[in-house]
Design a protein around this ligand. Structure first.
Ligand SMILES: Nc1nc2c([nH]c(=O)n2[C@H]2C[C@H](O)[C@@H](COP(=O)(O)OP(=O)(O)OP(=O)(O)O)O2)c(=O)[nH]1
Ligand SMILES: [Mg+2]
Length: 135
């Protein structure tokens, strides 16, 4: 039985109904794959606090906790750990998302999400995003 790793992730949705994907940088696990911004929940953090911190660190945007709405979650057995990843939705933030760690960013319509290779844990999340943002 592998350990459970809790990761908080967020689908940022813009006014055109596009979702922000970030490409995982070289050198990290799952490098080159497209993911939802976020990261590991640290000791003593609530997932919402993690997201507010990670969205600032990774994208340079400020998010209010009241603007984070839960959508669904991923539960996936990787080789060395079991990923449990709540996915939040956020439609309001301050600032312009820009990769602070050199990540390439892309705004993608939900119907196009399958064109971007994602970690295997993320694939079951796509239908929920398509339902959230039709068209
Ligand atoms: N952020 C994010 N992580 C994901 C997604 N899908 C997925 O399998 N993961 C995995 C990859 C990693 O094993 C883990 C989160 O790692 P991370 O590298 O983002 O963690 P972090 O931001 O705290 O970065 P680090 O300090 O550990 O380098 O969750 C996703 O859509 N978004
Ligand atoms: Mg991260």
């Amino acid at each position: 039985m592998s350990r459970i790793v809790l990761v908080a992730a967020c689908a940022l949705v813009d006014t055109d109904g596009r979702i922000l994907l970030a490409q995982r940088p070289e050198g990290k696990s799952l490098a080159g794959l497209w993911e939802f911004p976020g990261g590991k929940v640290e000791e003593g953090e609530r997932p919402e606090e993690t997201l507010i911190r990670e969205l600032d660190e990774e994208l340079g945007i400020k998010v209010n906790e009241a603007c984070l709405a839960p959508l669904t979650f991923a539960s996936y057995a990787y080789q060395d750990f079991h990923l449990l990843m709540p996915l939040y939705v956020c439609r309001r933030w301050e600032g312009n998302p820009a990769g602070q760690e050199g990540q390439v960013l892309k705004w993608v319509r939900p119907v196009r999400l399958r064109d971007y290779p994602m970690p295997p844990a993320d694939e079951p999340l796509i239908p929920f995003l398509m339902e959230l943002v039709p068209g």
